[in-house]
Write a protein that binds this ligand. Sequence first.
Ligand code: PMP
Length: 330
Amino acid sequence: MEYYENVIDLIGNTPLVRLGTMAADHPATVLAKVEYFNPGGSVKDRIAVRMVDAAEEAGLIGPGGTIVEPTSGNTGVGLALVAQRRGYSCVFVCPDKVSEDKRNVLRAYGARVVVCPTAVPPDDPDSYYSVSDRLVKEIPGAWKPDQYSNLANPQSHYETTGPEIWRQTEGKITHFVAGIGTGGTISGIGRYLREVSGGQVRVVGVDPEGSVYSGGTGRPYLVEGVGEDFWPTTYDQGICDEVIAVSDNDSFDYTRRLAREEGLLVGGSCGMAVAGALRVAEKAGPDDVIVVLLPDSGRGYMSKIFDDSWMMAHGFLPPAEGTTVGDVIR
Ligand code: PMP
């Protein structure tokens, strides 16, 4: 019989898919590493299992333990899934701006969700940072992974995603392109590829315009999961040969094109990363192999990037484009 003993065994070994349409004008081979094939639907399953393994080895969590993390997104889903299979409880603390749908995903896996007001400063006792710190102290056996300072985050990519890409491209990869959030993805994969290729692979970070990694101050942007207003310890500041800044408008435009032109329904940070990868491809030759990592699925963004009214309300679509004769008749 062919089966997996545990859903955790399905984490990793995601496929590479050629961007045959969007990159058709460029001579280079552009390949997408599609991370929504992980069981929790994102690249973050990889860091979740590695952070929990490291905490178990270090004795930071044990039977009856509780994982507490201020997150509402993909890392929460990964942690919830791993925690449940390992018999731990989970408490996620998130600001009230996070949609009810996202909170319900975490609850569906059996996690508890504590909602805090968005409109308070980080040092307010009710902020989601303060509440998560307090819960870690109050709950017996609690452990906070902290994906922004936990070096098991980049390490998981050094150990799994990097070697997968090298093996899948038979060592032919010349450029690796990824968005930067905690920096775990680019730092871990970048370090592995640089080492294994003897410095031949060029590492290119992609960042929302306004974020610190591309020289900004943290000015707000709408693309989710990438960009920061501080420098996390999980980001290796020497890893990128180049960092490309991409506007929200381009990120969302490329995200929608990935669904329509490549059949890849992916999130906004994927569109951003592909916008960066195609800029790299403009300068690349026929022997170049560019791998771009796509962190998650588009399912979590149906009421934003894939909703014409939301796109129009934010000025990303001209008012007319979303209204077709067909829509009116229906
Ligand atoms: N895209 C999405 C949707 C994410 O959730 C994240 C993680 N914050 C990233 C990109 C960036 O990955 P990393 O944190 O490894 O830099």
